[in-house]
Design a protein around this ligand. Structure first.
Ligand SMILES: NC(=O)c1ccc[n+]([C@@H]2O[C@H](COP(=O)([O-])OP(=O)(O)OC[C@H]3O[C@@H](n4cnc5c(N)ncnc54)[C@H](OP(=O)(O)O)[C@@H]3O)[C@@H](O)[C@H]2O)c1
Length: 343
């Protein structure tokens, strides 16, 4: 086997990002799409020039036509369909957030262990050169001791996606809706990457919208672990925010005792104006060059390396589990109005 045959589980909007990435990859081929409706699947296959279409997800999994699937379903269906895919012998790249409960994440990991299939969380930005360069700066000690990581992912969810007949899955509580699950997980996972693990404690606050999900969420996270590059034991903070009620805005700022690194648009493609600047403690700000790379290509190539070459996925399931654990603690904190310890 020297090529991975991909299938899309659903006709989700986000497929638009994955389709060009699979097609741009060296060892991947998009062969099928499945939808809950056969007519929908056929129309989608025609529009996107996909050879096969299926009127049910299970039918595609059982067809023998696909080696791997991309799961871009609403959050509450991630675990169910990841597990069904692995049980059918198919590898899985599943969208973030992996699942809205730790029980489901553990069931997904157990299915991976039982079936020997590859399973990974689709956090595309983690594979981008900018994120890796920022990690090198932080972990090599160039920024000194990291004291603070700040970050945001805000956008405005349009009015037309707020009516009952066109309600966005992000606004449905039982679908794992809410802005922290949807986009707060980006700065949260970035902070976890920089800090080398989950926080010791969290404090969250939320503004709840009409449908009962958080439409603005801010979180503070405390880390007391000793970071590898320093002799000193350090205490660091991360502050994150996410919103469905703010014009689009994303950034990450990593602050250390020797300077700070500022990333504009760390979670979007190059064409949208990605930059990285180092502001030293003393001296002039310096622009750090970032190699261009199609944003979603890295996660697809990572799956190919795992499936075809037997390599470990770059983003471990331990990290993924910690993302979910931290989100759940932040929601608990916002509900109780208390600091929650998570270690
Ligand atoms: N990595 C990223 O950049 C990124 C960006 C956006 C979203 N996402 C993630 O991708 C996932 C999907 O988001 P999206 O905005 O693409 O969603 P979406 O457009 O609403 O699509 C979800 C799809 O799931 C299927 N589905 C099955 N059961 C459903 C139900 N009960 N209600 C609604 N749809 C149902 C539908 O496809 P069929 O009708 O064809 O079966 C639908 O098209 C989420 O987990 C989200 O967090 C990731």
């Amino acid at each position: 086997m020297n090529e991975v045959r991909w299938g899309l589980v659903s006709t989700a909007n986000i497929n638009k990002a994955l389709i060009p990435a699979i097609r741009a990859s060296r060892r991947g081929k998009l062969v099928a799409v499945a939808s809950r409706s056969k007519a929908n699947a056929e129309a989608y296959a025609q529009e996107w020039e996909i050879p096969q279409s299926f009127g049910s997800y299970q039918e595609m999994l059982d067809s023998g036509s696909v080696d791997a699937v991309y799961i871009g379903l609403p959050n509450h269906l991630h675990a169910e369909w990841s597990i069904k895919a692995m049980q059918a012998g198919v590898h899985v790249l599943c969208e973030k957030p992996f699942a809205p409960t730790l029980e489901e994440v553990d069931a997904m990991i157990a299915a991976r262990d039982e079936t020997g299939r590859v399973l990974a969380e689709a956090f595309m930005y983690r594979h981008h050169p900018q994120t890796k360069i920022a990690g090198e700066w932080a972990h090599s000690g160039k920024l000194g001791v990291i004291t603070l990581v700040r970050g945001a992912f805000d956008f405005f969810l349009p009015k037309e996606r707020r009516y009952p007949d066109s309600l966005d899955v992000r606004l449905v509580p039982e679908y794992g809706g809410g802005c922290l699950w949807d986009v707060g997980v980006y700065p949260l996972s970035f902070a976890q990457f920089i800090m080398g693990g989950p926080p010791d404690w969290v404090f969250g606050s939320q503004w709840t919208g009409k449908t009962g999900v958080d439409e603005i969420f801010t979180g503070q996270m405390g880390y007391s672990q000793k970071l590898d590059f320093s002799e000193k034991s350090s205490f660091s903070i991360a502050q994150i925010s996410s919103s469905f009620k703010t014009p689009f805005h994303t950034f990450i700022e990593i602050i250390g005792t020797e300077g700070r690194l500022y990333l504009t648009k760390p979670f979007v493609g190059h064409h949208e104006g990605r930059t990285m600047t180092f502001c030293p403690k003393n001296g002039e700000p310096e622009e750090i060059p970032v190699p261009e790379k199609e944003l979603y290509l890295g996660e697809v190539e990572d799956m190919h390396a795992a499936i075809l070459d037997g390599e470990m996925n770059y983003l471990s399931l331990e990290e993924t589990r910690n993302h979910v654990k931290t989100v759940l603690a932040l929601y608990e904190s916002a509900k109780k109005g208390e600091v929650i310890s998570i270690r």
